[in-house]
Design a protein around this ligand. Structure first.
Ligand code: SF4
Length: 430
């Protein structure tokens, strides 16, 4: 069955309707376009639909085949859940004075045969952030147990009260359920100024960060106290420095080095990972010497001219990212990029060619294809991206990379040590 969902619009009061006179379009870069049938999947569990105030959806007239605006209401987009990667953005035209959208992803959505559809693919089989997998009673019990077990630990208190009970961060909820990846935020400061930073937004901006940045520097003792028991007892255990509620963890490398050394004196289990902007290869080397198992370097692009206007780095260079990845690979560690996927830019021919070179140069092990949580117009204006060039399609790009780099892994989450050393296709939470 060919999928050609109808366009969705909202009445501005949170009610969403299909417009049966228009088929839904997708967006790539600045361009609205027809969507291949194979790009549509049913809206996954945990996905949400957003109305986009001040924006008119663009669709294809079912009679004439011409593209036109839907004047019946505001445009609608989908927030797709972790483990899925979006292949097209929602297509709309912004009215003058439309407010900047908050830091979420805006994937193309439509309606057909009594179902919502989105343009996405499941890139990760690991179920660690499946909405249905979180048990509120177990989480509350875990919070209570760990707060009593570590009464003086500021980090556990932060994870409980802020991350778990306020932000509902899936990593912290998994920690309090005693499983999988455990977060270890450490840094109140950052050496980058990302336009779409989720832990800090300048007062002059009209949008808010989705989390508040950590306000204290945890000690190595506070880190060790709760991470060793997690590594010892959790299934597929990982402890991950570098979380959404902090700045750049490499600025705290001395504390992290001390913590890793001490953790490894107590347990050899699990993976010790760092999510980072990759700004300091020397610090990464010190952490590898201490026992770091894996690194995930975040980036919106592997081209300096696209990276720099977004990250606005202080005292480091784009080239440091590749150096940090090479250091971990040279120690036999696992190296991933946390790749912010923006249809039209990520799958542009220029980005694809640069990524091929980057993978070869860094001996990269994995690409985590992450949806870019940002207002598309705002982002492209801020990085001054007027022309994206020809795009090859997100799915097409993945197929080409799979063919050229058969050992390169695709996913959405940091792999456990079992998955790194065992079967990547089987050794994960399922
Ligand atoms: S590297 Fe992370 S913490 Fe630093 S500005 Fe960018 S998003 Fe924010």
């Amino acid at each position: 069955m060919a999928l050609m969902p109808f366009l969705l619009y909202s009445d501005g009061k949170g009610n969403i309707f299909e417009d049966v006179t228009l088929y839904a379009c997708g967006r790539s870069g600045w361009d609205a376009m027809d969507i291949p049938s194979e790009d549509w999947i049913a809206l996954p569990n945990g996905g949400q639909l957003y109305e986009l105030p001040g924006r008119r959806g663009i669709g294809i007239d079912v009679q004439t085949g011409q593209m036109r605006l839907c004047e019946k209401g505001w445009a609608v987009a989908a927030f797709i859940p972790p483990a899925y990667t979006g292949s097209f953005l929602a297509a709309y035209e912004s009215l003058p004075h439309a407010e900047t959208l908050p830091l979420f992803c805006y994937t193309a959505a439509g309606w057909q045969d009594e179902k919502f559809y989105v343009t996405a693919l499941r890139i990760e089989q690991d179920i660690r952030q499946e909405a249905a997998g979180f048990d509120e009673n177990l989480i509350d019990k875990g919070v209570d147990t760990f707060l009593h077990a570590y009464p003086h630990n500021r980090l556990v208190k932060h994870l409980a009260e802020n991350c778990c009970q306020t932000y509902e961060c899936p990593a912290s909820r998994n920690y309090f359920m005693g499983r999988w990846e455990c977060p270890v935020p450490t840094s109140p400061a950052c050496n980058a100024n990302c336009i779409g930073c989720i832990s800090f937004q300048p007062v002059e901006e009209t949008i808010y960060s989705t989390q508040d940045r950590l306000t204290f520097k945890p000690s190595a003792e506070e880190i060790i106290e709760y991470t060793v028991p997690h590594l010892e007892t959790a299934p597929y255990p990982i402890v991950s420095f570098g979380q959404g509620c902090e700045g750049e963890p490499l600025l705290m490398y001395k504390t992290i080095e001390k913590a890793i050394k001490e953790i490894r004196k107590h347990t050899s289990k699990g993976s010790i990972n760092i999510n980072t902007n990759g700004s300091d290869p020397k610090a990464v080397k010190i952490l590898c010497e201490a026992g770091l198992n894996s690194i995930r370097v975040s980036t919106n692009s592997v081209r300096a001219e696209v990276y720099n206007p977004y990250y606005r780095p202080n005292n480091y260079q784009f080239e440091d990212l590749a150096e940090s990845l090479k250091v971990v690979a040279s120690y036999g560690g696992w190296s991933s990029i946390n790749y912010f996927v923006f249809p039209g830019i990520t799958d542009s021919e220029a980005e694809y060619e640069a990524l091929r070179k980057f993978i070869k140069a860094t001996n990269l092990k994995m690409i985590q294809w992450r949806n870019f949580n940002i207002d598309p117009d705002w982002y492209m204006e801020k990085i001054n991206m007027q022309h994206t060039g020809a795009a090859i399609g997100i799915r097409q790009m993945m197929s080409l990379l799979r063919a050229e780099f058969p050992e390169l892994k695709f996913g959405y989450f940091n792999p456990s040590i079992e998955r790194i050393n065992g079967s990547f296709e089987n050794d994960f939470a399922q």
